[in-house]
Design a binder for this molecule. Structure first.
Ligand code: SF4
Length: 282
């Protein structure tokens, strides 16, 4: 049995950077270190960080002043101000790609454009971008959702960084049909699409797919759906303990992939267990 891991599995640049910033904060801090909400959508990693002394807080919590790390998804500026007003030092781990989308949304609003954000309403990243657009933007996922926009003179568009390009371009082309002056910032980060492409390519060749990552992680769940959609037996697990030998029995090639919030050590444990089984161990 051969076991192959998708090359782009695990932490993306923005998540890796945020985790490193928490590590550095822990080393340098002489007071408590907090994250505003769970740093990443991975329960095992959040637990590990709690064991290291990092506490997950909300913006309204009244706690002794410390260092508060903002997540890679970013937060609305009002929330950041609220945290500072409570006497905390803010360490901004907003991914630079998300930061670009926030800054473009703000400048479009300041220049008098109606702002359209192509993304999922309610997602933390979108809420952050919306905050930078002064709370006034149309959040859409499909061209049909532009109906309430009417026909303003000028429209500016940004994307939630994980939006598939086809969705972004379908909204932009609908806008171009209706509005004379459209300013477009393509703020999509290709880390997610690359991982999806590589996972799908491996799923085409593999007999079975193992997807590692939090069940609360949207991008990990999407990887599992993608593989199932290709008709491949697929198992979404959080830890190596969940692996079952019967899943890989008789398989020539087992494919493994993991979401952007899955730490290397969890992926490593899964690979190690499969390797031991492959060598006839228990
Ligand atoms: S997916 Fe892209 S934009 Fe989002 S945190 Fe990772 S690197 Fe940044």
């Amino acid at each position: 049995m051969e076991v192959e891991l998708v090359r782009t599995s695990g932490f993306c640049f923005g998540v890796r950077r945020a985790v490193r910033m928490v590590d550095e904060a822990l080393k340098g801090a002489d007071g408590p270190v907090y994250t505003l909400g769970p740093l990443i959508h991975n329960p095992q990693m959040v637990t590990k960080m709690e064991e290291m002394g990092v506490r997950v807080i909300g913006p309204e919590d009244d706690l002794p002043p410390g260092v508060v790390v903002l997540r890679s998804h970013g937060v609305p500026p009002q929330i950041e101000e609220k945290v500072k007003a409570k006497g905390h030092k803010v360490l901004d781990a907003t991914c630079p790609f998300v930061r670009n989308a926030q800054m473009y949304a703000r400048s479009l609003r300041e220049e008098g454009y109606e702002v359209v954000i192509v993304g999922k309403r309610g997602h933390e990243e979108v809420e952050g971008i919306l905050g930078y657009a002064g709370g006034k933007a149309y959040v859409v996922w499909r061209p049909e959702e532009l109906a309430s926009l009417g026909r303003p003179d000028r429209v500016g568009v940004v994307a939630q960084t994980t939006t598939p390009f086809e969705i972004f371009s379908s909204v932009v082309s609908e806008l171009l049909k209706r509005i004379k002056h459209v300013k477009v910032y393509n703020t999509i980060c290709d880390s997610t699409s690359k991982r999806q492409e590589e996972t799908a390519a491996l799923a085409e060749r593999a007999d079975v797919m193992i997807i590692v990552g939090g069940r609360n992680s949207a991008n990990t769940t999407r990887l599992a759906e993608l593989c199932r959609g290709l008709g491949k037996p697929t198992y979404h697990i959080e830890t190596a303990d969940e692996l079952r030998p019967e899943w890989v029995e008789g398989a020539s090639l087992v494919g493994v992939s993991a979401g952007a919030s899955t730490p290397d050590w969890l992926i490593g444990e899964v690979m190690e267990k499969l390797k031991i089984w492959n060598e006839g161990g228990k």
